[in-house]
Design a protein around this ligand. Structure first.
Ligand code: ACO
Length: 278
């Protein structure tokens, strides 16, 4: 595993490469990886760099120590920024919302590995990742109500998209915590596993994704996020056009090769796995 060199500000996010996976670790364990302005600004650069780096084929987002992220940093993101005034607040919001948006539309597949505490604002990067696996023992909470705010940073919208109305309202209004198993039951994460298996299960999922055509993966994940917000006929049309643009963008002509390897060469079965890429 190789680690990127670090300079000022970079220590709050650690990036390690391992056979195609970029493990991106929010790295403020003493503060339970609460997201402060330094971390939010740093994440923009991390995402820019990884998008252009061929050593990153799948991005995994996780947290150092016992926490995924304790949400926004109440001292640095809220109190200290608000003390600087309205413009500082807007700038801080742009930085945090901005990197979550970048992550949501990241060029490569993304997996959230929820290793521990996941509170409030942390639901935004969680949702931004295409897939999510949690430790059974991880603890989630929409804790905003406990200190007198509503779930902003689009967390309310995230919950509306991911959860049933009853579950979302229950956790928004009570601020109760729930564990990784419950998160999986409510479909906030794909599944949960005991914490000692977490990394290997994420690795196996990343290996699966790496067998797929990367251009198709990008088109498929974007298409899903787009069509959930479209009327039926618009979605139907969009998907035709999106596939046709993929035919142009995929210089490997994966679609033709997939058909050939099944119909002519008989070397694989598309129902059971991916075609052979170079
Ligand atoms: N913002 C700022 N500092 C934080 C945050 C946070 N969100 N979370 C933890 N910290 C700091 C603590 O102030 C403490 O700092 P100190 O060592 O300088 O005193 C340190 O991290 C460790 O925190 P503890 O509370 O001592 O750690 P513990 O393991 O006992 O508890 C827990 C962990 C449950 C995560 C607790 O820290 C907590 O409740 N944090 C806040 C969670 C939260 O509600 N986040 C905001 C969500 S709302 C939003 O994001 C908009």
């Amino acid at each position: 595993m190789s680690t990127q060199s670090q300079s000022a500000g970079e220590e709050v996010v650690k990036v390690e490469f391992e056979n195609g996976v970029a493990w991106v670790t929010l790295n403020r364990p003493d503060k339970r990886n609460a997201m402060n302005p330094t971390l939010n600004a740093r994440m923009h650069r991390v995402l820019d760099d990884l998008e252009a780096n061929d050593d990153c084929k799948v991005l995994v987002l996780t947290g150092a120590g016992e926490s995924f992220s304790a949400g926004m940093d109440l001292k640095e993101y809220f109190r200290e920024t608000e003390a600087k005034g309205h413009i500082a607040v807007r700038r801080a919001q742009r930085d945090s919302y901005g990197w979550w948006r970048r992550l949501r539309w990241f060029e490569k597949p993304t997996i959230a590995m929820v290793n521990g505490w996941c509170f409030g604002g942390a639901f935004s990067p969680l949702f931004a990742c295409d897939l999510a696996i949690a430790a059974d023992e991880a603890q989630f909470g929409v804790s905003e109500i406990n200190w007198g705010i509503i779930p902003g940073g689009n967390v309310t919208k995230v919950l509306a998209d991911l959860m049933s109305q009853r579950d979302a309202m229950y956790y928004i209004m009570t601020g109760e915590t729930f564990d990784g198993r419950k998160a999986a039951e409510m479909k906030i994460v794909n599944f949960s596993v005991p914490s000692d298996q977490l990394r290997s299960r994420v690795r196996a999922l990343a290996d699966n994704l790496m067998q797929k055509n990367p251009a198709t993966l990008k088109a498929a994940k974007d298409a899903f996020r787009r069509v959930v917000e479209m009327p039926f006929d618009a979605a139907e049309d969009y998907l035709v056009v999106r596939q046709e643009s993929l035919n142009y963008l995929d210089k490997t002509e994966g679609r033709k090769r997939g058909i050939k390897q099944f119909i002519d060469d008989k070397t694989y079965r598309p129902g059971l796995g991916a075609y052979e890429r170079d």
